[in-house]
Design a protein around this ligand. Structure first.
Ligand code: G3I
Length: 302
């Protein structure tokens, strides 16, 4: 039984991974994606510097490939990501005028999300906008528009695809414990924005863990999930990939009712953004690692 099938039998929507067109055509990745995973996140092809590297010049080649492959193979898609300070082209970073930046965000968000309306389950509308203390990270978005950029982005996203679940996504929110500044800050802001009518459906916790951090996931994720309709672990990888740490992390989502799914950030160690730390579920020979087998046996017994 695949890990995705087991996850679905536990009432969740998917167990997925990131991918992009290069990976789909490389080695045994496609077979593994088909057999083991139920959801795909574009690792890089949906980012601003790829989608709109110069103003109004949209490039959807890579993302089209990923979404089409997902559709023909019955995989759900998490869209990633429309508003992020990183991988952001200079022409956006240089904007200083509020009205200009508002229009640029609206155009970018509505064009990208609108193109895939009906084909994407969830979108990371805003990514990594908090600093470690729980305030707003300095970026062109927060510097020019203050926190209002969040409302602008989410409203444009809702209009572009009324059926997609709209997420705010960040890292270091489940790694350090529920009292960590970024975690409590995210909870405070998201609670306030949802109360004010900003259409945020979900909180994404990336969960790029260092060894030893899995013990912090359950309490932090519980606190985060309590403030939105739904939540997900969106980019899981764990330095060293200890089996018990993977199980503890994934089980946290299983145990939280409105945690809808888990996405790991890659298939095979050598293709990871932190390859030297062997953080994934498959080794260089495309063989499942102990963490994968432990997940299957533990989850199947739940
Ligand atoms: O495509 C070019 C290629 O043409 C060039 O030869 C090569 C030389 O370095 O670079 C390639 O682009 C790289 C790209 O990955 C594709 O491999 C970029 O330099 C590199 O910066 C980029 O890294 C990605 C990183 O985000 C930055 O966007 C990682 O693959 C991706 O895993 C990582 O994912 C992020 C999430 O989006 C957000 N959360 C954190 C997570 C990990 O950093």
């Amino acid at each position: 039984q695949s890990i995705d099938a087991i996850f679905k039998s536990l009432g969740k929507l998917y167990f997925g991974t990131c991918a992009d067109s290069g990976l789909l055509n490389n080695g045994q990745n496609a077979e593994i994606l088909k057999a083991d995973f139920g959801q795909l996140t574009p690792e890089n092809s949906g980012k601003w510097d790829t989608i709109e590297s110069s103003q109004n010049n949209f490039n959807f080649g890579g993302l089209d490939t990923l979404v089409n492959w997902a559709q023909s193979n019955n995989k759900l898609v998490r869209g990633h990501t429309t508003v992020w300070h990183s991988q952001l082209p200079g022409w956006v970073q240089n904007i200083r005028d509020k009205n200009t930046l508002t229009a640029v965000i609206q155009k970018h968000v509505s064009t990208e999300i609108g193109r895939y309306a009906g084909k994407v389950l969830q979108w990371d509308v805003v990514n990594e906008m908090f600093d470690e203390n729980g305030g707003l990270r300095g970026s062109v978005f927060s510097n020019v528009l203050g926190e209002d950029f969040v409302r602008i982005a989410f409203e444009a996203a809702r209009k572009a695809d009324p059926n997609a679940k709209l997420y705010i996504n960040d890292y270091n929110t489940v790694e350090k414990g529920s009292n960590y500044g970024k975690t409590t800050g995210m909870i405070k802001y998201v609670t306030k924005w949802i109360a004010a009518g900003v259409p945020i459906d979900g909180i994404g916790a990336q969960a790029h863990l260092m060894a030893g951090e899995s013990k912090n996931v359950k309490a932090s994720l519980t606190a985060l999930c309590a403030v939105a309709s739904e939540c997900a672990l969106t980019e899981v990888d764990i330095v060293g990939a200890a089996a018990n740490e993977y199980v503890e992390t994934v089980k946290a989502c299983v145990d939280i009712k409105n945690c809808v799914g888990v996405t790991v950030w890659g298939v095979r160690d050598p293709d990871s953004w932190r390859a030297s730390q062997n953080p994934l579920l498959f080794n260089s020979g495309y063989q499942p690692k102990p963490a994968y087998n432990a997940l299957v046996s533990t989850l199947a017994a739940m």
